[in-house]
Design a protein around this ligand. Structure first.
Ligand code: 8YV
Length: 331
């Protein structure tokens, strides 16, 4: 079959073979096939003339990029977060923007619990001790952590992932409270059995929770939500978990809180300047640090990639996108 009239799609990172096969049935594809991500210049050059781009959270899609690509019809992010994309600029140019919601809820919630359990039970420290050959055998007081049973989990960002995290709290005997949305203060969020979770202000949540876990999108309102001032509201026995976006937390504030023992520990999956990590964080045994692994399971990353590819196929063939970002597409 001639390729002359087939739409072109740039894929900014290696994807799973089945995802590429799906795209290849409908488009002429060009895949960035090296490790790391394309530079801004290469992303632009290789998307030139394309109807679609399959992008990652690390690809900056801004006004200048969109202006340079008048043929572009869809940006399909392989991520639920889309703070890398200027959605208003895309909408103004009638470029559809899609993300990959829902398919990653369980993987992200599972990693959240892995971090909560890991940091409260000092698993990273334990493994480092054992591997270093310094473990001297069982000791009653060795690496004592904190029980979760009877404690309070404070969820900041009670969206799909936050609710999935909250739903698992009962299994560990934890109570759940969450940050009330300032936009919808009366909205009541309930567990699957209809029991309402307790909605609190930020100050109330931070002073009450034993584990504070972050699941908000990165916006101008949530940037540095946890900062030098707000972190002081946390209990000295409490743990901070960031599964949202790095800049939601001011890393320097976490470093000073850990330095002064104003919190018990922190577990982070995301960082302000990925892949750079604040060097201060690396000093603390009670900082559990993961390299942005929230959705990193074979099943979930495959589902995310396939959903992004299916969004591209729908749009380049003139059908509505499956999962448009709210406000990015008007049907
Ligand atoms: C992505 C994420 O895998 O979905 C998100 O928003 O943070 C991760 O699941 C990552 O952003 C790569 O695109």
């Amino acid at each position: 079959m001639s390729n002359v009239s087939r739409p072109r799609v740039f894929v900014s990172r290696r994807l799973f073979p089945e995802t590429l096969a799906l795209l290849e049935q409908h488009a002429e594809i060009d895949v960035f096939d090296r490790s790391g991500s394309p530079s801004a210049d290469e992303l632009l050059a290789r998307t030139r003339g394309c109807a679609g781009v399959v992008a990652q959270g690390t690809d900056r899609i801004d006004q200048a990029f969109l202006d340079a690509l008048p043929e572009l019809r869809i940006v399909a992010n392989v991520a639920v977060g889309y703070n890398n994309i200027d959605v208003a600029a895309a909408r103004a140019r009638q470029v559809v923007v899609t993300n990959t919601p829902d398919v990653l809820n369980e993987a992200c919630a599972a990693l959240t619990w892995a971090l909560i359990l890991g940091v409260t039970r000092r698993l990273g420290e334990g493994e480092r001790l054992l591997r270093s050959g310094r473990w001297e055998g069982f000791a009653l007081e060795l690496l004592l952590g904190m029980d979760l049973v009877g404690k309070t989990l404070g969820v900041i960002g009670m969206g799909r992932i936050g609710q999935s995290v909250a739903a698992k709290a009962a299994a560990f005997g934890m109570r759940v409270c969450y940050l009330r949305s300032p936009r919808r203060p009366d909205a009541q969020i309930t567990a699957a059995d209809g029991t309402p979770y307790e909605g609190l202000s930020l100050d109330e949540l931070l002073t009450r929770a034993d584990v504070v876990t972050l699941h908000v999108p990165l916006t101008t309102e949530t940037r540095h939500l946890i900062n030098q001032t707000t972190i002081r509201r946390m209990k000295p026995t409490a743990y901070l978990v960031n599964m949202a976006r790095g800049p939601v937390v001011e890393e320097a504030a976490v470093v000073s809180a850990l330095d002064d023992r104003r919190i018990a520990g922190a577990a982070l999956d995301v960082y302000e300047l990925e892949p750079v990590v604040h060097p201060g964080l690396l000093r603390f045994e009670n900082a559990l640090l993961a390299p942005h692994l929230g959705s990193a399971t074979v099943e979930t990353r495959t589902a995310m990639s396939t959903l992004a590819a299916r969004n591209v196929v729908e749009v380049i063939e003139g059908r509505p996108p499956l999962t448009p970002i709210p406000g990015s597409w008007v049907g």
